[in-house]
Design a protein around this ligand. Structure first.
Ligand code: ACO
Length: 399
């Protein structure tokens, strides 16, 4: 069969899914047929996770039982605290999370049980424990005592509790819960693809989740929300927005929080979050930050050709100010994305295994052919340059 070259795989369908549907041209996102806007307004993260994993909304009894099961998995094995304490306090939380998600496997006797039932239980553990790992690591790095989970609280409320040691207000918990709903799944995005590639080798769920966390970290994917906030803080004031953004655009630099590989219309997750972020910013005295984001959006969208290129704010643009208004450190933003997407990643893993096929694309070889092997004494020393390595780069152990 002739092979198509499709770098970035943007024109390739590599899996079937019943979790989420995206129409990038129209700006539509549905989880199992439900529009994201209606879920953000009406659902909770627990209910949305059930929906993604079961293909329908739960009835009241099912949701109560599911929430109870999730809560019973909030706590981590006491030995995980030793792992946390072995990570340098200076480590980036996403790097710590990558290590900790992987370490969870050592304390799960079912880690290598590939049965659907065991995978469902592991999915539940991963979703329930990820916020605990993030909060615990954050407390450790700040030299504060670990706060044990409160099993009477929802995932969002309990996370803020474990992070601060104070019971959050209802509107703070709701704000975080909305962000968790909005980020829970998104088709075959890069981190979900990484999870599916890993699980498709019949590796285990923890390995798949670890691959996904590492992939989400990148600034072109989940790391953009932190960069959005760094940009806002660097700008500092509404009066400086125009000059800052225009000179960035003049230098052909990308504005973080804009553009999306799939959406060439307004990111439907950003539509609701935009209104919601304003409310959260107002409630928490951060309205000036919100006003800066609105002005940035106006300037970017007024650029020639930008709308033709399909560049609009993405979910990260407005989640950044929401997380900041909730008092989260900037480097925890992507961890919240991971805590939410864990429900999508694990759901995709179970879906992948139900009709598994090893995912193994090809590379287009562009190197030389037919070279004659020379013994090491026949090879000429390269001409060393103190300024730059060769185009391909040279691996060296010298400083
Ligand atoms: N600011 C300004 N221009 C942009 C931006 C941006 N943020 N994003 C894309 N463009 C322009 C590019 O310069 C390019 O213009 P050109 O055709 O004149 O060269 C054109 O739009 C297409 O860009 P590509 O990189 O080919 O688009 P792609 O689909 O590969 O990129 C991506 C998508 C990586 C998300 C990109 O838009 C980007 O870098 N955005 C900033 C980072 C970001 O916000 N990432 C979060 C994504 S959402 C998520 O993962 C949850």
């Amino acid at each position: 069969m002739p092979l198509n070259v499709d770098k970035g795989l943007g024109n390739t369908i590599a899996a079937d899914t019943q979790l989420s549907f995206i129409d990038g041209a129209k700006g539509v996102l549905e989880y199992v047929g439900y529009d994201i806007d209606s879920l953000a307004r009406n659902s909770t993260f627990e209910e949305t996770t059930w929906l993604l994993w079961n293909g329908h909304l739960p009835c009241a009894g099912e949701l109560t039982e599911f929430s109870k099961q999730l809560r019973s998995e909030y706590a981590v094995d006491a030995r995980m605290l030793e792992v946390i304490r072995s990570i340098p306090r200076t480590a980036a939380p996403m790097d710590a999370l990558r290590t900790l998600v992987s370490a969870l496997a050592h304390f799960d006797s079912e880690a290598d049980d590939g049965s659907t039932q065991a995978n469902q239980r592991k999915a539940m553990r991963l979703v329930a424990k990820t916020p605990t790992l993030v909060a615990n690591f954050n407390r450790w790095r700040k030299g504060k005592p670990i706060v044990q989970p409160d099993l009477s609280m929802s995932i969002a409320e309990n996370f803020l509790w474990m992070l601060t040691g104070a019971k959050p207000t209802e509107s703070m918990s709701r704000a975080l819960d909305v962000c968790l709903v909005l980020h829970a799944d998104h088709g075959l995005n890069a981190s979900t693809f990484a999870a599916r590639v890993t699980i498709a080798t019949q590796s285990d769920m923890y390995s798949a989740a670890t691959s996904a966390v590492g992939t989400l970290k990148g600034p072109l994917h989940g790391g953009a929300n932190q960069e959005v906030m760094e940009m806002l803080l660097e700008i500092g004031d509404l009066s400086r927005v125009d000059e800052y953004i225009k000179s960035k655009l003049d230098r052909k630099e990308r504005i973080m929080g804009f553009g999306h590989r799939v959406y060439k219309a307004y990111d439907p997750r950003a539509t609701y979050l935009k209104t919601f972020a304003k409310q959260v910013a107002t409630d928490t005295g951060n309205l000036s930050l919100y006003e800066m984001t609105r002005r940035i959006e106006e300037i970017v969208l007024a650029q020639p050709n930008i709308i033709e290129k399909g560049i609009f704010p993405n979910v990260d643009f407005y989640s950044a100010t929401t997380y900041y208004s909730l008092g989260l450190d900037l480097d925890l933003f992507t961890c919240m994305f991971a805590a939410s997407r864990m429900s999508g990643w694990t759901g995709h893993c179970i879906e992948q295994l139900a009709a598994n096929k090893l995912i193994r694309p090809h590379a287009d070889y562009t190197g030389p052919h037919g070279l004659t092997y020379q013994s090491i004494d026949e090879r000429t020393e390269p001409v060393t340059s103190s300024t730059s390595p060769s185009v391909k780069g040279t691996m060296s152990v010298t400083a």
